[in-house]
Design a protein around this ligand. Sequence first.
Ligand code: ADP
Ligand code: GLC
Length: 487
Amino acid sequence: MPETLNILFLAAEAYPFVKIGGLADVAGALPLALRSLSLRQTGGYHLDVRLVLPLHRMIQTDVVTMKPLINFKIPTDVGYKEVQAYEAILNGMPTYFIDGLPISRSDSVYSTNPEQDREKYTFFSLAAFELMRVLNWKVNIIHANDWHTALCLYALRNCSDDPFYSTTAGLITVHNLPYMGGDSGDLLNMYGLKELVDNDMPVWARKQALPLGLWAADWIVPVSETYAREILTPEYGCGLQEFLRNRTNNITGVINGLDINLWDPASDEDLFSNYDLETFEAREKNKISLIKKIELDFNPQVPLIGMVSRIDYQKGIDLTIQALRTLNDICWQFVILGTGDAVIEAELRQLQAEYPDRVRVILRYDSEMSHLIYAGSDIFLMPSRYEPCGLSQMIAMRYGSVPLVHATGGLKDTVHEGKTGFVFDKSDPEAQAKAMRRAFKAFAAPIKWRSFQRSGMKKDFSWTRSAGKYAIIYRSIAFKYTSGGEQ
Ligand code: ADP
Ligand code: GLC
């Protein structure tokens, strides 16, 4: 019998239950990919990875059958907080859902009120921590993701003398360093977590969830190799670069994969017409139907630029708006799907008003429309100021839309100028417009263009290799706190 490593994987969102952005893609796919690794890939261990999520009010409870699991309490300085835990089985994986007042009274995954989110995710992280004990499930590794779940690792380090957790190690995946959670000092006091005293950590960071999780983690995994290097610099390190530089021996960048069954143009039920490398000609029907759906005029000579994105400063959409205005001498069409920042949304509406025959702005979350844009656009734009990994450019390549990206983070690691896409170095409208001109020129040469599309579609974006890298990291930390070291 192979030995088992027990791993609790915590996230704020996971497909198919609830999705806002790429974190949901990762938390929906990576735990399952880890569970299905071969013993050769895990070094002989079976990985019993289980996912735990907050029971957000918008969660899709009809996706699987959810059963009440256990009710318990977590202590605070003025009594207890009630927790209700539920369980569902997703493709064979036990998935736990945590409910309680701080979760049920919030109506979105991420609120515009940071205090409400701090309360919700602190409660979630500590309830998930306690869940292992009430289930008497001894965990080898707690795998946290971003600030929302980071305090679970801090709680672990706060009770190192508790025999139940004394051999548990912690890993944190960093999907987005700038979001640290804000000042949680009151909550740390309320839940009886000790203040951090460590001169390695800047004073301003010592009450914020993400820095505390980074401090507590035995291993830190940024979501691409380039991002792992970038966060060590003042430009991307958000003030934690010195702290992170002291930890470089315990940091490994691991690029995200894709759920290639979910994202497959050959079987995608949302598409007007399915296709793969052999039946590539059928792709064109998707462009024609998309253009019709969004009420533009179809002309095979005019490139359709697509974007599917959270509307956020991070994503560089404001730079695209400026870049497009400098390209009036060329014919192009542009469609963007997204929601988020109200100011950028208004600027996009303004762009559509200026270019009613060329621009379509769809300001909502719409899974089906996202698939249509991946399959129907010619060029897929990701001009992000920073991008820890980015999944959309990989989805776009898998669907034969050629990415045009800023050379940062995971975009730099996955898109190659002149082979699979177009890459610009400087995050400004001029550099972006120049790259667009290169892309338009290539688009005008169909044989060349087809080779870009085919190279992207041939790439292997599956999770297997990256899940294997996580398995190696799990193994390297799993026995850190057991007396004999690795078994
Ligand atoms: P991030 O996580 O920073 O938002 P990623 O590129 O990693 O960026 O992942 C974005 C994911 O969210 C992709 O699966 C993309 O298709 C999806 N997405 C973003 N905005 C929308 C939207 N408005 N409607 C549907 N899907 C969206
Ligand atoms: C974050 C990042 C994005 C990454 C995603 C999943 O939202 O912005 O780059 O792909 O997490 O890791």
